[in-house]
Design a protein. Structure first.
Length: 390
């Protein structure tokens, strides 16, 4: 079943006024998501925050069930978070590292994640090892496997890097992690909502994602998956009355599900909105979304490649909705500003934030255009016309 383009664009009011190629930054929300958030906020205004949360408890509880379906896991293995970075950091810090433990990561690791790894290395004495990408831009699995031994405590991979549209071989890495009995943490910040995700096929022990990107949810929302079999191995760095029960003066008991990583105070409206966003994606079908996004992105790459003076930086068989490019004549920031004059939203990826990747590829700042299923080929034509007018 194909996506009804007219319907999804009608569900997305801003499509009438602009071309939004910044979905890897923050996608446009469907009307259903915004309405759900506003309804709860207005209810808080009318009857009070605690009372509104109690009234909409069922809608809030739908969150874990929606993400259980989205990730093919049990609802008890899902928790809400205020962002992907917060969820990822919580899980990283819950691993009981000892000095000398090794963490394996990739060359395309997300900047905030790598900063957390550096901070952990500084204060815990763990060692970080970065596996280079091969010529196709994906992590070299042979090199990675040769690095695995009993001192590797964690493998951390970003599924789709913010600075590149290349899809990393997450499932293949998962098989290696299981073979060597190593914890595996997957950052699905850019992949959640634009492609099919099954944590059992991926073989990850932990997975994190955000609401604002391809899931089209509210900002300030995220989620995590924690495989139940490893739950008691992890040690949350902080707890409160959401994550634990205070049983007596000197005794408490952690929750027996992934919500031991949640905090009591959170955006109830945001959580409800993110559940609606996940349900919206599920109703469209993740396979259909993935196919549509990748087809549009391939069309965009080809169109940009035909323009003189522009270079597209993605190559390979498994590419996502993210397209990065640069100009010989103009800076990335100037191109972004020119496109904004035509009501076209894009992003700039700064070399400073990709210290493992761009210097090795001899890249400076680059432009990023990221498409979603509500975008059209006509918008790609208009995008290229705006680029050509510069």
């Amino acid at each position: 079943m194909s996506i009804n383009l007219g319907q999804v664009r009608n569900d997305t009011p801003a499509c009438k006024d602009l071309i939004h190629f910044n979905n890897a930054g923050a996608a446009l929300q469907p009307r259903d998501v915004t309405d759900a958030v506003l309804r709860h906020l207005l209810l808080e205004q009318r009857i009070g925050g605690y009372e509104a949360a109690e009234h909409n408890a069922t809608l809030s509880d739908d969150f874990c069930h929606c993400f259980g379906r989205l990730l093919n896991c049990a609802p008890r293995e899902v928790a809400f978070a205020e962002s992907c970075t917060r969820a990822w950091t919580q899980l990283l810090l819950s691993v009981p590292f000892e000095a000398g433990d090794r963490i394996i990561t990739g060359q395309s690791e997300y900047a905030s994640n790598y900063l957390s790894l550096l901070h952990l290395a500084k204060h815990k004495g763990v060692k970080i090892e970065v596996i280079p990408n091969n010529d196709a831009g994906v992590i070299c699995l042979k090199t990675l496997e040769n690095k695995l031994d009993n001192n590797v405590r964690l493998i951390a991979l970003t599924h789709i890097a913010s600075q590149s549209g290349v899809i990393q071989p997450a499932a293949e890495l998962g098989r290696l992690a299981r073979k060597h009995h190593i914890l595996y943490l997957l950052d699905a910040c850019q992949s959640a909502g634009q492609m099919h995700l099954d944590v059992n096929e991926l073989g990850c022990d932990m997975l994190t994602g955000t609401g604002r990107k391809y899931l089209r949810g509210p900002r300030g929302t995220g989620f995590m998956y924690v495989r139940h079999s490893i739950l008691d191995y992890l040690q949350p760095q902080s707890i409160d009355l959401q994550s634990a029960s205070w049983l007596s003066r000197d005794h408490y008991l952690l929750r027996d599900d992934a919500r031991r990583f949640e905090v009591w105070e959170h955006s109830v409206a945001g959580k409800i909105g993110l559940a609606v966003a996940a349900d919206y994606a599920l109703r469209l079908g993740l396979a259909e979304i993935e196919s549509t996004v990748q087809t549009l992105a391939a069309t965009l790459r080809d169109a940009i490649s035909q323009l003189p003076g522009l270079t597209v930086h993605e190559h390979g068989d498994k590419l996502s909705g993210i397209v990065t490019f640069s100009s010989k004549r103009h800076s990335a920031r100037d191109i972004q500003n020119q496109l904004r004059k035509h009501r076209i939203n894009t992003s700039v990826i700064r070399c400073q934030n990709t210290q493992l990747d761009f210097p090795d590829r001899q890249l400076g700042d680059v432009n990023r255009a990221s498409v979603h299923y509500y975008n059209t080929e006509a918008e790609i034509v208009a995008f290229c016309a705006a680029l050509s007018s510069f």
